[in-house]
Design a protein around this ligand. Sequence first.
Ligand code: UDP
Length: 250
Amino acid sequence: MDAGKALSSVRILGVRVDDVTMAETLDLFQAWITEGETHQVVTVNPEFVMRAQQDAGFRVTLEEADLAVPDGAGLLWASRLLGHRLRERVAGSDLLPLAAELSAAHGYRIFLLGAAPGVAERTAELLTQRYPKAVFAGTYAGSPAESDEAEIVGRIRAARPDLLFVAYGAPKQDLWIRRNAARLEVPVCMGVGGAFDFVAGVARRAPLWMRRAGLEWLHRLIQEPWRWRRMLALPRFAGAVLWSACGRAR
Ligand code: UDP
């Protein structure tokens, strides 16, 4: 698991974020699929960064991932303040349909794991409508419980996917992939949070103008107000970044 480590990266409050574009990410996926070894991709956002400050297991998972894409407008803002500008936002929710497009072009096999029962199936159905040649090797809700891992890993191995998307929310999905990476034998394994819910229409994604304005968090808060406690990570992130930028300036 080392191909991503040669990338140029930025440290934001100690957490590594790779300076990759969407196109470079898709190129890496293709290279990894050709090569065949297992790789873990994490989609870093400000909530990840704040969680990593207190959760050592999650911090190590992010540090040792093969690719840490900048998911979240807050990271681009922070990178500018901290003096090394990340070029582009690479959101997991955008990568999923692009991976389906890649699958349609090259015959890559995709496995969707996680979300509520039926959501992964619906996601595969809708992506197949959009990209009829995309290959869905399997879908399964399962659960992130350790007791279910052996059975889930068996299913995935039997399906022989090239790309595995895991929607158990962070940090569960990322820890799940890390624990099982060695026996999965899947070239691209990536946690995608609520991405299946967005494709399947279970949750609504922020309109493009809000995403462009860096306001996806506000849309999320309006749609799912119970997330407010978790989302306190965002002002804490902004405060810590500003503090760190002031320290650099001094
Ligand atoms: N989820 C799941 N099992 C769990 C916890 C979560 O399948 O035990 C799914 C949930 O249905 C949703 C996704 O994981 O599809 C998490 O989405 P969320 O938007 O909360 O992701 P996060 O913001 O935590 O990355």
